[in-house]
Ligand binder design. Structure first.
Ligand code: PMP
Length: 360
């Protein structure tokens, strides 16, 4: 029997996330998670929960969290949207705002989920090549388009841009929606959240997964003017009324309440990052100036894939992308100083054991 339903199948290539280890002994530096636990306030909320709390639906719009985020960022709750991780928030924004037949612009080297959503949602897109130092040229985004999405700092390059770049971008894109994906912004130098008060076409997305150590809870948010947020709520309510569960809402609020812990954890990660950058440079790597919780690097004499495979065999997971322009680069999430020491040992071993890489 021919399986006629096959001709109606969706044709998609999904996003590939960092590998999840099958045992506990792995040092996991491949998904840009935070090596430190969330604030003790999160643990306090979890210890007070009972199964009985789960018999009713959570708030449809995560009201308590929107309020807490609005207070933290000097906005109104109507300027805040919450979703099941910033992936969910970004997917909602792509659906709500990228509906023209003009292409959406984003860098050629960037978060690899963007092409996945574009293909899934049938959004035309055009990538703009970053230069050989992986920098984004703002003038590439001046042309007519169906929207713009840029991560700041960018991933996996780890490079950030400042206020001048973002303002320039917004000034040249008054007629389309501009999304700035700030997943790593807490480790960087500049966030443009404030600009949502000035530009009614700007959406800024952030996450609790990185700087707040809550990747497992799946909490993300967008900041924008009230009208844009109301369209995002309408899209959300057209496929899932309750993307955030009760525990996610309460733990995220608790995390926001502990500013001191948040700052201290971010500072620890940044200190280890800056030290790691020097260590890798001393080992002969070229490392971009990271404004994130990961390093992006290449070695002139050794293949990235060989290093990746060797350290993996030693129980350390880092990220290797077999993609054009970056197939000789590694993305290394910053772990604790102890985890990084293990990584340095493994990398030093592979550099001395393997000799120079062959060309061709
Ligand atoms: N944007 C970028 C640039 C990312 O690297 C990630 C993490 N994979 C996300 C968004 C999504 O993170 P989350 O869904 O955990 O909030």
């Amino acid at each position: 029997m021919p399986q006629l339903w096959r001709k109606n199948l969706i044709n998609i290539t999904p996003y590939v996330a960092g590998e999840q280890p099958k045992n506990d002994n792995i040092i996991k530096l491949n998904a840009n998670e935070n090596p430190y636990p969330p604030s003790p306030e999160v643990q306090r909320v979890l210890s007070q929960k009972s199964a009985d709390d789960l018999k009713v639906y959570p708030s449809m719009d995560a009201a308590a969290l929107r309020k807490a985020l609005a207070d933290r960022y000097g906005l109104k709750p109507e300027n805040v949207f919450c979703g099941n991780g910033s992936d969910d928030v970004l997917a909602v924004a792509f659906r709500a705002f990228f509906n023209s037949n003009k292409p959406v612009f984003y860098p050629d080297i960037t978060y690899s989920f963007y092409p996945v959503w574009c293909r899934l949602l049938k959004i035309p897109y055009e990538t703009k090549p970053v230069n050989e130092r992986f920098e984004i040229d703002v003038t590439d985004y001046y042309g007519e388009n169906g929207g713009v999405v840029i991560p700041n700092p960018n991933a996996p390059t780890s490079i950030g841009v400042g206020e001048q770049f973002i303002t320039d971008l917004l000034e040249h894109n008054r007629d389309c929606i501009v999304i700035i994906d700030e997943a790593y912004v807490d480790f960087g130098r500049y966030s443009c959240v404030e600009l949502v008060k000035k530009y009614d076409n700007l959406i800024v997305t952030q996450t609790f997964s990185k700087s707040r150590s809550l990747a497992g809870m799946r909490v993300g948010m967008a900041f924008a003017n009230e009208e844009l947020i109301s369209y995002m709520q309408a899209v959300k309510d057209s496929y899932n009324s309750y993307p955030l569960d009760q525990i996610a809402i309460e733990t995220a609020v608790a995390s926001l309440g502990d500013e001191e812990y948040f700052k201290a954890t971010v500072e620890k990660v940044k200190a280890t990052r800056d030290e790691a950058k020097e260590k890798f440079r001393a080992m002969g790597f070229m490392v971009t100036d990271s404004e994130t919780n990961f390093l992006f690097c290449t070695h002139p004499k050794h293949k990235a894939k060989d290093i990746f495979e060797y350290v993996r065999s030693q129980g350390i997971f880092i990220r290797y992308f077999d993609l054009p322009r970056i197939d000789n680069y590694l993305r290394i999430t910053i772990g604790t100083p102890e985890q990084m020491a293990e990584l340095y040992k493994a990398v030093e071993k592979v550099l001395t054991a393997r000799g120079p890489r062959r060309t061709g």
